[in-house]
Write a protein that binds this ligand. Structure first.
Ligand SMILES: [Zn+2]
Length: 250
């Protein structure tokens, strides 16, 4: 049995057996790894607090034949505010599932890890979890090679997009009005939404909450970014329903 230690962040937990818990951990070196914390659900287990969702720590992992197991966790951050506040919990759960779905086992990317950690830190403090989450989504897509094309038409390449601009998840970005005709599955995007998308891409994470945006423009870009990511995902994420339920305006 080999042993390695890696820094990581927990993206998913799953109870198995009587008292065990399988954790999906994202690490900069190994990408996603699944490992079982034996007895983690027993009240006096040393794993009670260190194998929760979003935990950032150093994980000692034994590689096994079928399933790896966690030997020890040195907890660095537990992000309690992400558990105490329902809206923050919903956003963090959504991003964790998105990251789980869009990354691979054994294929680490330090930029993905750093961005996840930065997101959890900013989300814990921010007064604008919605915009911070949109910023994560668009920056994350960019790291994975799916940056939405916002400067020129994604179909014909024309740089002057004109006043009427559309978004096409299939083309992977904005398209001009000429390319929009006869194109289904697209919709018109306001100039404000285009400006906000560009600003989110350019702005450093912890400064995102300084950006001002109206509720209408926020809804527009949220829909657009989710459609953009959704086109690249194989299934609808479970956490989306929870997120939509808790963030829906009364
Ligand atoms: Zn075009």
């Amino acid at each position: 049995m080999a042993l390695y230690t890696t820094e990581g962040i927990i993206l998913k937990t799953q109870n198995i057996g009587e008292a065990d818990r399988i954790c999906t951990i994202y690490s900069p070196s190994k990408g996603k790894a699944r490992a079982v914390a034996r007895g983690a659900r027993r009240p006096r287990s040393r794993f009670v607090s260190s194998t929760q969702m979003f935990v950032h720590g150093d994980f000692q992992i034994f590689t096994g034949k079928s399933l790896d197991s966690i030997g020890q966790v040195e907890l660095k951050e537990a992000f309690p505010r992400l558990h105490d506040d329902l809206i923050r919990l919903a956003y963090a759960s959504y991003i964790a599932e998105l990251a789980d779905e869009m990354t691979e086992e054994g294929d680490g990317d330090k930029r993905v890890f750093d961005m996840l950690l930065a997101y959890m830190r900013v989300l814990s403090e921010t007064l604008d979890p919605q915009l911070v989450t949109c910023a994560f989504e668009i920056k994350f897509a960019t790291i994975l090679g799916y940056r939405p094309r916002l400067e020129s038409c994604s179909e014909c390449g024309r740089e002057n997009l004109g006043r009427e601009v559309f978004f096409s998840p299939e083309a992977g970005g904005l398209i001009c009005s000429e390319c929009s005709s006869g194109n289904s599955g697209i919709w018109r995007v306001s100039q404000g939404a285009v400006r906000l998308l560009r600003a989110l891409l350019m702005t450093e994470f912890r400064k995102v909450e300084r950006i001002k945006a109206s509720p209408g423009v926020r809804r527009e870009i949220e829909r657009l970014i989710r459609a953009h990511l959704g086109f690249r995902l194989n299934r609808r994420l479970r956490s989306i329903d929870f997120l939509e339920a808790v963030t829906k305006a009364p």
